[in-house]
Design a protein around this ligand. Sequence first.
Ligand SMILES: C[S@@+](CC[C@H](N)C(=O)[O-])C[C@H]1O[C@@H](n2cnc3c(N)ncnc32)[C@H](O)[C@@H]1O
Length: 163
Amino acid sequence: MVSLLDVRPADHVLEVGFGPGIAIAELARLATRGRIYGIDHSSVMVRRATRHNAAAVRAGRVRLVHAPVEELPSFDQPLDIVLAVNSLGFWHDPVQRLRELRGLLREGGRIVIASQPRCPGATAETTVRAAREIQDRLGEAGCTDFRVETLELDPPVACVIAR
Ligand SMILES: C[S@@+](CC[C@H](N)C(=O)[O-])C[C@H]1O[C@@H](n2cnc3c(N)ncnc32)[C@H](O)[C@@H]1O
């Protein structure tokens, strides 16, 4: 999914719900002059992701915070990209959360929400519906310029990119 985002070396990026920190590592590899932030409400995941990204955390290039998206910490600069993979479905009042996340972006920054439906019997049609729902929520939060990408896994992953 990170490969869809055209991450530039000076980008500052936030991932919400980073889990084991796989995307964080890839973002840190690409944004060599930027700062990568992550928040996750699970202390287990913060520990795992910190271990997985130990060198970049030590170097101050990656900052992983134990916090729920409902209580955003402050960041040192406006962000170029905010992303969340398989996380939005767990948030309380997701449209309000998306509004708050949008407020962290610099002018023209991007917000990226990906979801692989995991309900029993999920199909490509479930993914199409998920993409539509994500797009609706982003629209309600004031985002525009939608682009929908699909990763052909089973079931496919919907990835909605907005400004
Ligand atoms: C299904 S996992 C996805 C992890 C990772 N993004 C991935 O794709 O491998 C969902 C993650 O979102 C985090 N999460 C769920 N609700 C959250 C919330 N309200 N605030 C912050 N993190 C949350 C969970 O702790 C978990 O790490």
